[in-house]
Design a binder for this molecule. Structure first.
Ligand SMILES: NC(=O)C1=CN([C@@H]2O[C@H](COP(=O)(O)OP(=O)(O)OC[C@H]3O[C@@H](n4cnc5c(N)ncnc54)[C@H](O)[C@@H]3O)[C@@H](O)[C@H]2O)[C@@H](O)CC1
Ligand SMILES: Nc1ncnc2c1ncn2[C@@H]1O[C@H](COP(=O)(O)OP(=O)(O)O)[C@@H](O)[C@H]1O
Ligand SMILES: [K+]
Length: 556
């Protein structure tokens, strides 16, 4: 399990390491600069083969200090380096100041002002690399030169896209202006139109939330996390293969395990979901089918049963001992024609709600799924019975819409529920929270998808999984996890109709097998993306459950 850090956590870890006497701030800055240069050479080996030209843009804080180190090291490789400073040398923090002065012994530092940017794409075209070391994790508000920088860097990139000279933009820690906690651009502008996008971002010690959330991935280009000797970020037992693909980690540092002093308590940490923990969750011990739980999926009316059947297939493939689809009597034949290993129960009686109550007298049914294809009206009718049964319960799609319009229903949610909204459903359920997340980010650290999901989980009193390429899972306790399908782990073909229904099914299957909601959500989100990646482009929702065995085989 990797922990993904906020800027405050990173500062606390750095401060604790320095206070312990293990390392100085200056050493950390030197390693950060070395990490950037090594990452550049690893990314573009031709740049290591012969000296080139670079521009290094330094800012007023330690990010700028890293930039001065990069400039010095590149100069040491024989490069021709131009250095600009956004800010006043006299106000640089001490370590950055030392590196500024070291650089001043080797070359000039020009002021980086707005005029300087005019006509820059041409001036920069002879450069192999532009290093963006203006702001990192310390950004607290939009900065004045942001738009100029964005236009400059992005026109360099469009030059390269047109086959012209291609300076590579390398962001130190973060593209300047990106909020390290939320992955959002600080400012009122339409963010990505005025974002200084990078080809490569080199961060330090551990990924920050902003690299993985929202606009982070598209802004960072590729992400490399360099080791600067602050200690191991992987929990004991999670070996190298637990590193999520797509995050290029530097070789593991010396001391393994343990929580560094200064690391905040669990409810402030965000975990990246890792293969090792998933493997543990899905391993099946000996037993008979009832040992592995009985999942009940409520299906829609005639012609609307596909979503529930997809969910049922997901639940079965992930190892629930038994899976039953309960449907209106009129939909029995349709479902019978499509289901074999999955059992079928018509909801016959005075009302479907009563029939469901009778069915739930069977205590072996230990997990429910309501929502996919259910219809909002039927969801409203069935939810009170389903929630009163206090089983582990996945609420998706139409069940979420039903909940959104009805505070009395919302009040019935209990700790064994799991809400799985996409962004639209989330906005219906938690309009005020969604509005906070949608408001322009004007101060850093900005309100993030993690903050929003945590707030929603606390209000609902149950686990919430907020979908997307950056799926966030939060429990009412504040515990949070992030399943990022970004960088080399991107699976855009997962955005296909019915994919969410399969996810709901996988979740229900894992709940039936006894996982508590947070673990079920973390495990299911990871498996869902792995199944999509394992299948590849062309994926349709039906393929997802069928791909699970291949994913599970690779875990063992
Ligand atoms: N924390 C750590 O362990 C390490 C940090 N390092 C570097 O240090 C960086 C963080 O350094 P800092 O905390 O100095 O932060 P930054 O270098 O990101 O800059 C923050 C400085 O700019 C000011 N500022 C913030 N927003 C501004 C705005 N809109 N306009 C003008 N000034 C603004 C702040 O008050 C602060 O003085 C990291 O991103 C990383 O590059 C590395 O040296 C490696 C170790
Ligand atoms: N670009 C993307 N990359 C990775 N996963 C995605 C992407 N877009 C959507 N997903 C995932 O696909 C699923 C879609 O679910 P949902 O929106 O409920 O669709 P549906 O209702 O059609 O099944 C979610 O699990 C979501 O996280
Ligand atoms: K930067």
């Amino acid at each position: 399990m990797t922990e993904i850090l906020t800027s405050a956590q990173m500062r606390a870890i750095e401060a604790a390491a320095i206070a312990s006497g293990r390392v100085t701030g200056l050493e950390l800055m030197e390693r950060a600069g070395q990490g950037v240069v090594e990452a550049v050479f690893a990314e573009w080996p031709a740049l290591a083969a012969a000296p080139h030209r670079a521009v290094v843009l330094c800012g007023p804080g330690s990010n700028g200090g890293d930039g001065f180190v990069v400039a010095r090291l590149l100069k040491g490789w024989g490069w021709e380096v131009e250095v600009f400073l956004y800010g006043e040398p006299g106000k640089l923090p001490p370590d950055a100041r030392v590196n500024y002065e070291r650089w001043c012994g080797m070359g000039a530092v020009l002021p980086l002002d707005d005029e300087r940017f005019d006509g820059w794409p041409n001036a920069a075209s002879g450069h192999a690399v532009i290093v963006d070391a203006i702001f990192g994790t310390g950004l607290v508000r939009p900065y004045r030169a942001h738009r100029h920088l964005a236009m400059t860097l992005n026109s360099c990139q469009s030059l390269s896209r047109k086959g012209g000279p291609s300076p590579k933009v390398v962001a130190v820690d973060l593209p300047s202006g990106l909020c390290s906690n939320s992955g959002r651009w600080l400012g009122d502008d339409q963010p990505l139109d005025f974002a200084p996008l990078a080809n490569l971002t080199v961060s330090f010690h551990a990924p920050k939330l902003g690299h993985l959330l929202a606009d982070g991935p598209v802004s960072c280009g590729r992400l490399v996390v360099a080791d600067i000797g602050l200690g191991q970020r992987l929990a004991p037992g999670a070996e190298a293969r637990a590193r999520p693909a797509g995050w290029a980690f530097a070789p593991a540092p010396g001391g393994r395990g343990g929580r560094e002093p200064g690391l905040p308590p669990r409810q402030d940490t965000v975990e990246a979901i890792a293969q090792a923990s998933v493997a543990q969750s899905v391993a099946k011990a000996a037993g008979h089918k009832y040992t592995h739980g009985h999942a009940l999926i409520l299906s829609g009316a005639v012609g609307r049963g596909g979503a529930a059947r997809l969910a049922a297939r997901g639940a079965l493939r992930i190892g629930a001992g038994l899976v039953t689809v309960a449907c209106p009597p009129s939909a029995l034949i349709e479902n019978a024609a499509r289901l074999d290993a999955i059992m079928l129960r018509p909801l016959r009686g005075e009302s479907e709600a009563e029939a469901l109550a009778t069915l739930l007298e069977d205590a072996r049914i230990n997990a429910l799924c309501l929502g996919p294809g259910l219809g909002v009206e039927r969801a409203r009718e069935l939810l009170p019975v389903a929630l009163a049964a206090k089983r582990a319960t996945v609420l998706d799609a139409d069940a979420l819409t039903a909940l959104a319009g009805d505070p009395a229903l919302f009040a019935l949610l209990h700790a064994s529920c799991l809400l799985t909204p996409h962004a639209g459903e989330f906005a219906r359920l938690f309009p005020d929270i969604a509005a906070k997340l949608a408001a322009p980010a004007t101060t850093g650290p900005a309100y993030s998808k993690v903050d929003a999901t945590r707030e929603a989980a606390a209000r609902a009193g149950c686990t919430v999984l907020l979908k997307g390429p950056d799926t966030v899972i939060a429990a009412p306790s504040g515990r949070a996890a992030l399943n990022a399908a970004v960088y080399d782990r991107a699976a855009p073909w997962l955005a296909t109709a019915g994919a969410g229904d399969v996810l709901a099914g996988i979740l229900t299957g894992l709940l039936a097998r006894g996982l508590e909601p947070f673990s079920a959500a973390s495990t299911a989100a990871w498996l869902h993306v792995e199944a999509a990646r394992s299948f590849g482009p062309g994926l349709i929702a039906e393929d997802l459950p069928e791909q699970l065995p291949a994913v599970l085989r690779n875990l063992s």
